[in-house]
Ligand binder design. Structure first.
Ligand code: FES
Length: 201
């Protein structure tokens, strides 16, 4: 290998190492901070609402976050995805979100405040596995039927949910995915875990 090649390789290694150390440093500073809190303050910090920047989530894309140790998903639904929801009313168990799986402001056809953003806790309502986001075009690779319109598939026992987190009929999961309390602080920032009703989950 030429000297120049070695230098470039080394530079790449050092850059990667610095990134990893930087990431580890961020974690390392967070842990002592939490550990210095009293038990009740620690419980509050772990359960505290989280502010999330959703501005970079592209249409059709899902991003995962953590709140209260649980996965929270934010799916930016595009026009075509939103159109699938009324088509599935006859295939899902609770099409009108009658059961208490969401705050009142998400009891609507898209189960959200803004139609384009779905915010749900990413845990299956059967036994708590974390389902997989399967867009329409990926149906085949997950063994789903050709008329799959996109949604969430739980690999543990085969439960399926649509793009609003509504559970299909005839699957083990009994209820729709949970929509947590949330409120928009701006067009691109959302607070998960509390809302302007004054209540925090
Ligand atoms: S835990 Fe999801 S189907 Fe059983």
């Amino acid at each position: 290998m030429s000297e120049q090649g070695i230098d470039q390789g080394r530079r790449r290694f050092l850059t990667t190492a610095a990134t990893v150390v930087g990431g580890a440093g961020a974690v390392a500073t967070a842990v002592p901070f939490i550990s210095t809190l009293t038990p009740s303050a620690r419980a509050r910090a772990i359960g505290a609402p989280v502010e999330i920047d959703i501005g970079a989530i592209k249409p059709g894309e899902l991003q995962r976050f953590k709140w209260q140790g649980k996965p929270v998903w934010i799916l930016h639904r595009d026009e075509a995805q939103l159109k699938t929801l009324p088509e599935l009313d006859g295939s899902v168990r609770d099409p009108g979100s009658e059961e208490a799986q969401q705050p009142d402001y998400a009891r609507n056809e898209h189960r959200s405040i803004k139609p384009e953003y779905l915010i749900v806790v990413g845990l299956c309502t059967h036994l708590g596995c974390s389902p997989t986001y399967v867009p329409r075009d990926d149906a085949q690779s997950h063994g789903l039927a050709g008329d799959w319109k996109g949604g969430f598939f739980c690999p543990c026992h085969g439960s399926r949910f649509d793009l609003a987190g509504r559970v299909y009929k005839d699957v083990p999961a009994p209820r729709n995915l949970v929509v947590p309390q949330h409120q928009y602080l701006s067009d691109s920032r959302v607070l998960v875990g509390a809302d302007d009703t004054g209540a925090a989950t």
